[in-house]
Design a protein around this ligand. Structure first.
Ligand code: TGC
Ligand code: FAD
Length: 395
């Protein structure tokens, strides 16, 4: 067709394979029919329904890019399209999925032993084993290299480490079965798979952080470790330093770039409907006014450009040609543009924007979080600035 489609302005669909379109449609149907009806109450109650991961597992949406171990083995573009559909409903649901898929399953797939992969990945792919990723600490967020959590060799038990320290703002931690904890062993950052079921009483706690004003449909907490015994078969054997956690983050940040465009597309659709229905001044719909049209034009353009960039980076990623800086670029740009546009579109709703029934305020609050986690936007500016100038500006 040669007509303009405001829901797909640059014809992203024309650049997708039949398989990618089928996966996207399947994810959309699930998200719109099964999780959209739950989100308003979940957000009000600050409740994360753990069954969502089981349902996603049944559809093959978890760890979707991983080959084998019960995972779907799809390409990076298909995985991005899944994130977009989940976040079209709510960033918190995409968050729970991202942590499970990109950070924890992705980390185990990339750095785990064969035994670790076989032990964790099939159950995680089904959503039966739930994961959390513990990097951020109370005193070290943007600068995880300064982390204080330590692993010490057990004084008497050979091949066992004792983990002590605390992690905060950890998605899924209160309900996770396996916590991927990054800690310093002899001064070097190493990755550990801490299993809740085997931790001695009193050594591990994962309190929830309540009363959030964003991402309320996702569960967030701390990880408090006080001499948790972790056997060496639960440590990643070969990866040392920040390259471990940052490699996991590359995949998750890529997914956020797609996801935030889904949230923005939902804001556009809601604002367009409202602008066509609401009438002010001589019975005219708000959509007739030029200032309102500009808000819709800006947001629709940014969503289309953001998705085109994601598609391009996804294709490069499939060919092994994607760099972390490309991911910083699309993560930063898409989170920033989604947040700015969502805030502008919120104005179209006038006072009704304040009612949670209209959905727009929820996206605005969530998108602030997406701009903050996995590297706040200014941190990604500095990553790009370093790559452009060769001079590092972090400290
Ligand atoms: P720097 O000197 O830059 O690097 C240290 C080592 O790491 C390697 N590296 C990477 N490797 C793979 N991919 C990347 N993207 C990498 N970036 C760096 C680097 O090559 C080096 O390796 P080696 O072998 O030479 O040691 O480290 P720095 O300490 O100067 O880093 C600065 C900075 C700002 C880039 C970094 O600390 C940063 O990105 N900060 C942001 C922190 C962050 O993103 N935290 C995320 C926490 S997890 C989370 O938020 C999950 S939310 C999930 C959800 O709910 O959806
Ligand atoms: P800070 O590092 O204190 O930064 C505060 C501000 O200062 C930011 O704007 C930052 O850009 C700026 N700043 C810092 N340093 C510089 C500098 N050198 N130059 C210029 N500006 C600078 N973490 C996990 O490990 N796992 C999770 O699952 C996880 N889930 C999260 C879920 C939620 C809901 C939230 C809110 C956070 C989550 N995080 C998680 C933590 C998140 O990654 C951190 O909040 C984020 O990395 C920022 O760290 P910080 O909050 O300590 O902010």
């Amino acid at each position: 067709s040669t007509t303009f489609d405001w829901q797909d302005p640059l014809r992203l669909t024309s650049a997708l394979t039949d398989e990618e379109i089928a996966i996207s449609n399947m994810a959309r149907e699930y998200c719109q029919e099964r999780i959209l009806p739950r989100v308003l109450q979940a957000y009000r109650d600050e409740y994360y329904d753990r069954d969502i991961l089981i349902e996603m597992g049944e559809l093959g949406l978890l760890g979707a890019t991983i080959n084998g171990h019960g995972c779907a083995g799809v390409g990076n573009v298909a995985a991005g399209l899944i994130s977009r559909e989940v976040e079209r409903v709510d960033s918190g649901y995409r968050s729970g999925m991202s942590v499970q898929s990109s950070l924890v399953m992705g980390g185990i797939d990339e750095f785990g032993t064969q035994e670790q992969k076989e032990r964790f990945l099939p159950g995680m792919a089904k959503g039966k084993i739930l994961g959390a990723f513990g990097l951020t600490e109370p005193n070290h967020g943007s600068d995880p290299g300064s982390m204080e959590t330590v692993a010490r060799p057990h004084p008497t038990k050979k091949g066992v480490c004792l983990l002590s320290g605390s992690k905060t703002w950890i998605t899924n931690s209160p309900i996770a079965d396996v916590l991927m904890v990054w800690a310093k062993l002899e001064g070097r950052i190493r990755g550990f798979l801490v299993e809740r079921a085997t931790a001695a009483p009193g050594t591990l706690s994962t309190p929830a952080i309540k009363d959030k004003n964003g991402l309320r449909a996702s569960i967030t907490g701390m990880i408090m470790l006080d001499g948790v015994e972790v056997p060496e078969e639960n440590m990643f054997p070969d990866i040392e330093g920040l390259r471990g956690p940052f490699s996991c983050l590359n995949n998750a940040r890529y997914g956020i770039a797609w996801g935030t465009m889904g949230a923005l597309e939902d804001c556009i659709a809601r604002a367009r409907t409202y602008a066509l229905e609401r009438r002010q001044f001589k019975g005219n719909p708000l959509a007739k006014y030029q200032l309102v049209q500009k808000k819709l034009a800006d947001a629709t353009t940014d969503a289309a450009f953001g998705l085109a960039a994601c598609l391009h980076v996804g294709r490069l990623k499939d060919k092994g040609l994607c760099t972390p800086e490309m991911i910083s670029m699309i993560k930063r740009q898409n989170c920033d543009r989604a947040l700015v546009n969502a805030r502008n579109l919120q104005e179209i709703f006038g006072g009704n924007a304040v009612s949670d029934e209209y959905g727009i305020g929820r996206h605005v609050a969530n998108l602030f979080v997406t701009q903050t986690y996995e590297g706040q936007s200014d941190i990604h500016s500095l990553i790009l600035g370093r790559a452009i100038t060769g001079v590092q500006a972090f400290c």
